[in-house]
Design a protein around this ligand. Structure first.
Ligand code: TYM
Length: 343
């Protein structure tokens, strides 16, 4: 029997949906930045969950283009295909296969309690909510458990999905014998939740109410600078880190600190006696310094489709090898008659 036990280097795995033309600053600071650091010391698996994307209706051409663009953005931001396995979820059939097994292990009530499902379905109404949205967390659990990662670097909003993943791993292990690593979240302290610039108590999101609340990585620096200048702050003038009373100012401090590596307290000290205008200008500059090379590299990757496809093919091959072995092991354990072609 082939084995799917973890490789020598501990693994990490994460994914980011291709549901917008550009990833946003929340995606980068909450997740991608950690992905790039972790690939140095871990056997890293990063993928584009196109199968998750279709849990809400997608325009096929747009989904196609955004999937390719998403890969190019990950590479441009610093995912190194020599260090990380980069792939597209639908290139690895094991995700759908394990997802079904895990769905059968999940309680209806358990899945109904997922806040992302509750939020989205209440916004869209039951009539417009597909069963795919309900099954979404079990597909995510499959994504993770297939590869036996120790850590899953994500933002705060994925915490509940990770908890379900851990529960399902334990449930499977208890019922059928030790199979899955029970993974842990790798959620950054400062940037776990980047907030909307216009509504700094809501998370920055592609589906936020006001596009001006969002910073897209691929937007021209001028557009982002304008949005930062217009960011909601407060009527006070003192620059201080205070999430409760100064959510807008605190959000800008976190963004700038994460982009520059300067500690928040040092930033605050440097702004003594200065106004919000300074904070905004500096934050916009830090962003521009980060996105300008990123955008240039992105254009290079997009101009060389052959290279992108080769990276994705290599990624899919490596991912398939590991994921198929896990499904094989699972199928045997749950009593499926495994066909000779899978052995
Ligand atoms: P997605 O595509 O919505 O977001 C990708 C990553 O970005 C993080 N994120 C944020 N972090 C901080 N502040 C924000 N405002 C912010 N907005 C988004 C998310 O936490 C996430 O880490 N279900 C996942 C995709 C997925 C996945 C997986 C992740 C599918 N399968 C397996 C990990 C492992 C999602 O929708 O993320």
């Amino acid at each position: 029997m082939t084995t799917s036990t973890p490789a020598v280097a501990p693994r990490v795995l994460s994914g980011i949906q291709p549901t917008a033309d550009s990833y946003h600053l929340g995606n980068y600071l909450g997740a991608l930045k950690q992905w790039i650091e972790l690939q140095e010391n871990y056997d890293a698996f990063y993928f584009i969950p196109d199968m998750h994307a279709i849990t809400v209706e997608q325009n096929p051409q747009e989904l196609h283009d955004r999937t390719i663009s998403g890969c190019a953005q990950l590479l441009a931001a610093g995912i190194d295909p020599e260090k990380s396995t980069l792939f597209i979820q639908s290139h690895v059939p094991a995700h759908a296969e394990l997802s079904w097994v895990l769905t059968c292990l999940t309680g209806f009530g358990e899945a109904s309690r997922m806040t992302q499902f509750k939020d989205k379905s209440s916004r869209q109404g039951a009539e417009h909510t597909g069963a795919g949205l309900f099954a979404y967390p079990m597909l995510m659990a499959a994504d993770i458990l297939l590869y036996h990662p120790q850590f899953v670097p994500v933002g705060e909003d994925q915490r509940q999905h990770l908890e379900l993943t851990r529960t399902l791993a334990e449930r499977f292990n208890n019922r059928y014998g030790e199979t899955f690593v029970v993974p842990e979240g790798f959620i950054p302290k400062g940037a776990a939740k980047i907030y909307d610039l216009q509504n700094p108590t809501a998370k920055m999101s592609k589906s936020g109410d006001n596009p001006r609340g969002l910073i897209n990585l691929l937007d021209p620096p001028k557009v982002s600078a304008k949005r930062i200048r217009a960011a909601v702050t407060d009527t006070d003038t003192v620059i201080a880190f205070d999430r409760e009373n100064k959510p807008g100012v605190s959000n800008l401090l976190v963004i700038q600190s994460e982009l520059t590596g300067i500690a928040i307290e040092d930033l605050v000290a440097s702004y003594e006696g200065k106004g919000y205008g300074h904070l905004k200008v500096d934050t916009a500059e830090a962003l521009e310094a980060f996105t300008t090379p990123l955008r240039a590299k992105y254009e290079e990757y997009m101009a060389d489709r052959g290279q992108l496809e080769a990276i994705l093919q290599r990624g899919a091959e490596r991912a398939n090898e590991i994921a198929a072995a896990t499904v094989h092991e699972v199928y045997e354990k749950i009593g499926f008659v495994v066909p000779s072609t899978m052995r």
